[in-house]
Ligand binder design. Structure first.
Ligand SMILES: Cc1ncc(COP(=O)(O)O)c(C=O)c1O
Length: 355
């Protein structure tokens, strides 16, 4: 199958797709429990955590909701620099929280000084930050942002959405002091959509004990009770967990460092090519995504025509997101995409530009 340079759902390896065809098991069985335990042990390596990684039958947005419902009784500060950060803010408002925004224009990033300033003005129970803003291709400096939260407001929990980076970019949950780190299956993890994962440390779970109205489906304390028995409170998405078990073996056998280096190299190659073609990435240098290069369409390409041209040759890229449609275009290089695929795409794009 030809590679899709879109930021999810991404291509899934044939053997991972095939793993879903395994015969179902009762989820209250030793066989399922052994698989569930195995997947969690492997997930902990990808999350760089000694704590726990919850698995939910939902896409990543469900885990955004879990973070809000479990860790904030009232106050939330949402760092907003794009569509998915804005969504997390809306999730907070929709759940009745007093949410404030720390906002910069799309394409820009939140800098540690800005966050320090907001935290000095008011106490917030949680801060929400999107690591890799898929709508703009900007990568927030999560390590430094988490450090500033711990320094200025040590009781504030750090909630991070790494939906379009985790598994392709190193995010060291424990070392950087991230309390809750969520991702979806269908991006750098290169699985079909439908499940999501959230690393959660002890301090965050302790806080959840004091939060009322956590709901039921996303109550992390209930999930924890079952996780300790290697299971889930409700019927899990069994076929996807078979796929997860298989894909985590593939990820770990590639080697995490090799995987991160592959994503970085594909980003460098794509962004250098764009600049050579006279088109700058949207995000400032030093803060450009390693998984979804978002390029300003300064040569005025017809993006729909470009995609038609690419589709005839078995590939596709993504248009800009929302208001950035046609003003930018996005080349996602995540999951199973290889440098040789990127090379082929860029040759075709040059052919299109020359027309
Ligand atoms: C950064 C980011 N956060 C959250 C989401 C929402 O994830 P999902 O579609 O898995 O609910 C997306 C989806 O593209 C995303 O890119």
């Amino acid at each position: 199958m030809a590679p899709m340079f879109v930021p999810g759902p991404v291509d899934v390896a044939p053997e991972v797709l095939q793993a879903q065809a395994h015969a179902m098991l009762p989820h209250r069985s030793k066989d399922f429990e052994a698989m569930f335990r195995r997947t969690e042990e492997k997930l902990r390596q990808v999350f760089f955590t000694q704590y726990r990684v919850f698995q939910a039958t939902s896409s990543g947005s469900g885990m955004q909701e879990a973070g809000i419902r479990n860790f904030a009784q009232e106050t939330v500060l949402s760092c907003v620099n794009g569509a998915f950060a804005e969504r997390w803010y809306k999730v907070a408002v929709g759940n009745g929280k007093q949410a404030d925004k720390l906002e910069v224009p799309w394409g820009q990033v939140i800098l540690p000084d800005m966050l320090a300033g907001a935290l000095k003005k008011k106490f917030y129970e949680v801060v929400t930050i999107v690591h890799n803003e898929t709508s703009t291709g900007a990568e927030n400096p999560i390590k430094d942002l988490a450090a500033v939260v711990h320094e200025v407001s040590p009781d504030t929990l750090v909630l991070v959405d790494a939906v379009s980076s985790l598994g392709g970019v190193k995010v060291e949950m424990d070392a950087w002091g991230i309390d809750f780190l969520l991702t979806s299956s269908q991006k750098c993890m290169a699985l079909p959509p439908g499940i999501s994962f959230a690393g959660t440390n002890d301090r965050a779970l302790k806080k959840a004990e004091s939060v009322a109205n956590r709901g039921w489906y996303f109550d992390l304390l209930l999930m924890e009770k079952h996780r300790l028995k290697d299971s889930t409170p409700m019927t899990p998405a069994m076929a996807l967990i078979f796929a997860l078990d298989c894909q985590l073996d593939r990820i770990l056998s590639e080697g995490l460092d090799n995987r991160f280096a592959r994503h970085q190299a594909m980003a460098d190659r794509t962004q250098k090519w764009a600049i050579e073609q006279g088109m700058e990435p949207l995000a400032p240098a030093g803060y450009r995504s390693k998984t979804v290069s978002t390029i300003q369409n300064s040569r005025g390409m017809d993006i729909s025509a470009l995609n038609k041209f690419l589709l005839e040759r078995g590939m596709r890229i993504a248009n800009g997101y929302g208001d950035l449609k046609d003003k930018t275009f996005r080349i996602a290089h995540m999951g199973e995409i290889q440098m040789t695929d990127v090379d082929k795409l860029l040759v075709l794009m040059e052919e299109f530009l020359a027309k």
